[in-house]
Design a protein around this ligand. Structure first.
Ligand code: ADP
Ligand code: MG
Length: 663
């Protein structure tokens, strides 16, 4: 967990007035004393070391009451003063509460293990405290065979001057005495680096190998591009692509033409224009006589994609259909039949697409939108409906650079960094609840100008009922505050068709103000809406706030976002809100999110592909990850895979790194 420097301690007998001292010992007693002067406090402590008892005082730090208790082992560093009363004492020293070693018994026989050096501090395991663990680890290390198997290839070890595995293990636990404490606590010592590198290298090697095996698969069909296809793509394009879009499209088309199936992630901020890129890829597949499945996470989004795509393909010879869970059963049956017979070239749908009854004649490309909304299984199931189809997954939740190599380590990644021209940055403001009325009058003015607005309410599950009431009440209040404007309400508890009816009315402009719970989070496109008000913004996650805000800023009008928050604000909530207000860049936001939440929580379950690492830390060690990846690739490309490495990978790589088979 960390290390403590117990090598340079003085004895309390050596304390000199006006000198700095580093001492340690056991807290004998401590107490907080309020003095007569108002607002002034003294925290006093008696500490015992081998030479005797000495006094420590802290001025105006009453919280220390919660830090120190009698019996604790503490290290102190600070100035010694002669004062009356009390005599010689340590005043306002820096302090460290040392691990609670006492409970594990006597030390005398183990001098040098727990003191007089940099000592490791371990996380408690059950009833085993750090001292017992330290003793066990020391014992085990002393039994290490002289020759320890080392999986890191010697060439790599030499290139980075990494110690042997044996040396690394010994020194990672018990650092040599000259090692700077910051270095070991930052996990940057050469011994630690070697262990971290080894873990990351094996991880990348396994990923790379998996990918190599997959690249050996071949598609049963060949996709080609010619001028006729280029012309047909040009014909459907309603605007010029941004350079970013062109680049992404080029990478995708290159994949399509390759003999092995594509596995590509297309990421790009909300509104950057991923749909058209996917559609052009779809066009290439269709021109090659293949069917395309386009899967979206909600009915609404599927419908929106369907309408967009049908409009764009109106003048083409391709047949577009939509398949969702709703609607008339007869119609669904006939759509399913048309997919199976090959009459339908492109089908847009929800997870209804992965039902057993849906069979394709020649599925060649699966496009999966907002992929984080789908489980791994659904993706895999869709893929299995074709013979080695190409797969393109899209997400507007950018993966921080730091995680891209790991979370999607076995996907190729294309990133759209530009927004389409003419977009104006959304103006975002934080507003305390007490000033909500200002926000309402602001909204009213925008409505009067002919724009539309969203007011979003969080719906936290535990208090769903009361929140729903709040959202409903809010809709009523707003309706009365804004006479002459239509106010609509959508929430997750509504029947889907009712919700869709209201959303459609909002999209058509007959509803001006939409009060919503977060059901509108993903993908809706209403360019005339230019205000997003988020109530209880402190309750939303960072990515969610960014997604919600992304609902506006899609048209030619200046757009606004108002984040209404309630006090008191916790520290992370404050950091989140500040981050959203400060930047519109989804990637920057994703990095901040990662810092605030950590990789595991950010990407969810094991399925998401975040490896479970033992010594490495994705945030701390991302440069090492880059190096490890480079070296792993080199081994794979040079055919330098050894028997030993293969054995290591086969011995539970997936188990070790917590990977479920990703679709
Ligand atoms: P997202 O990447 O969030 O899915 P969309 O594909 O829905 O974004 O695109 C957002 C909006 O931007 C759509 O209205 C789309 O028509 C428009 N758009 C996309 N690319 C361009 C472009 N190159 N020029 C102008 N408008 C574009
Ligand atoms: Mg989209």
């Amino acid at each position: 967990m960390r290390y403590e420097d117990r090598s340079r301690r003085q004895s309390s007998a050596e304390l000199q007035p006006d000198a700095m001292a580093a001492v340690s010992g056991e807290v004998v007693s401590c107490s907080l004393r309020r003095t007569r002067r108002r607002g002034f406090s003294l925290f006093e402590m008696l500490v015992r070391d081998e030479a005797g008892i000495f006094r420590v005082v802290f001025m105006n730090q009453p919280f220390l009451e919660d830090v120190f208790v009698a019996g604790q082992l503490v290290a102190l560093f600070g100035k010694v003063e002669w004062r009356t009363p009390g005599g010689l004492q340590l005043v306002n020293p820096q302090y460290e509460v040392l691990s609670d070693d006492a409970e594990d018994g006597e030390t005398s026989a183990e001098d040098g293990l727990h003191t007089g050096r940099i000592v490791p501090v371990y996380e408690r395991v059950g009833s085993m405290g750090t001292k017992l663990l330290r003793r066990l680890v020391a014992q085990l290390l002393s039994e290490l065979p002289a020759e320890l198997e080392d999986v890191l290839p010697a060439t790599i070890r030499a290139r980075y001057r990494l110690p042997s595995r044996r040396t690394a293990l010994l020194q990672a636990h018990f650092p040599p005495s000259e090692t700077p404490l910051e270095e070991v606590n930052g996990f940057r010592s050469i011994a630690q680096t070697r262990l971290i590198f080894e873990e990351l290298f094996l991880f990348q090697l396994g990923l790379g190998r998996r990918r190599q095996l997959r690249d050996a698969d071949t598609k049963p069909h060949v996709i080609t591009i010619d001028d006729r296809i280029r012309d047909s793509a040009r014909a459907v394009l309603p605007f010029a692509l941004t350079n970013s879009q062109k680049q992404a499209l080029r990478a995708i088309v290159d994949d399509l033409r390759r003999p092995s199936p594509m596995n590509r992630l297309l990421q790009g901020d909300v509104g950057c224009g991923k749909t058209i890129v996917a559609l052009l890829a779809a066009l290439v597949a269709m021109e090659n006589d293949l069917q395309v499945a386009f899967m979206a996470p909600t009915e609404l989004l599927a419908e929106q994609h369907f309408l967009t795509i049908r409009r764009l393909l109106m003048s083409s010879r391709f047949t577009v259909a939509s398949l969702t869970g709703g609607g008339r059963a007869a119609k669904r049956r006939s759509t399913i039949a048309a997919i199976e017979s090959g009459v339908v070239d492109l089908v847009v749908g929800t997870h209804a697409l992965v039902q057993e009854t849906v069979r394709f004649k020649r599925l060649g490309l699966c496009v999966i939108d907002e992929q984080h909304r789908f489980g791994v299984l659904q993706r895999a199931t869709l893929r299995e409906k074709g013979h080695q189809p190409d797969v393109l997954v899209m997400t507007a939740t950018p993966i921080p650079r730091t995680l891209a190599l790991t979370a999607y380590g076995d996907l190729d990644v294309s990133t759209i960094r530009e927004l389409p021209p003419g977009r104006r940055p959304i103006k975002t403001k934080l507003v305390p609840e007490s000033r909500r009325d200002d926000v309402y009058s602001f909204v009213q003015r925008r409505l009067k100008e002919g724009r539309q607005a969203y007011v979003v309410y969080p719906l936290v599950e535990e208090s769903e009922r009361s929140d729903l009431k709040a959202a409903t009440g809010m809709a009523e209040t707003l309706a009365s505050l804004m006479p002459g404007h239509e106010v609509g309400l959508v929430h997750g508890r509504m029947p889907a068709d009712e919700r869709d009816r209201i959303m459609r009315a909002f999209a058509a402009g007959s509803i001006h103000l939409l009060v919503a719970t977060t059901v509108i989070e993903v993908g809706v496109d209403v360019p005339n809406a230019n205000v997003m008000v988020i109530e209880h913004a402190e309750r939303f996650g960072l990515a969610q706030l960014h997604q919600l805000r992304g609902r506006v800023g899609r048209g030619r009008h200046q757009s606004y976002c108002r984040l209404i928050y309630q006090r008191p604000l916790g520290e992370t909530a404050r950091a989140r809100l500040k981050a959203v207000a400060a930047t519109a860049d989804g990637f920057e936001i994703a990095e901040t999110d990662l810092q605030l939440r950590g990789p595991g929580e950010m990407l969810g379950t094991r399925q998401s592909g975040v490896p479970t690492l033992r010594v490495a830390n994705l945030l701390r060690d991302h440069t090492l990850m880059d190096t490890a990846r480079k070296e792993a690739m080199r081994v794979l490309q040079d055919g330098a895979m050894t028997e030993q490495l293969l054995r290591h990978l086969d011995d539970g790589w997936t188990v070790r790194f917590g990977f479920a088979e990703v679709g």
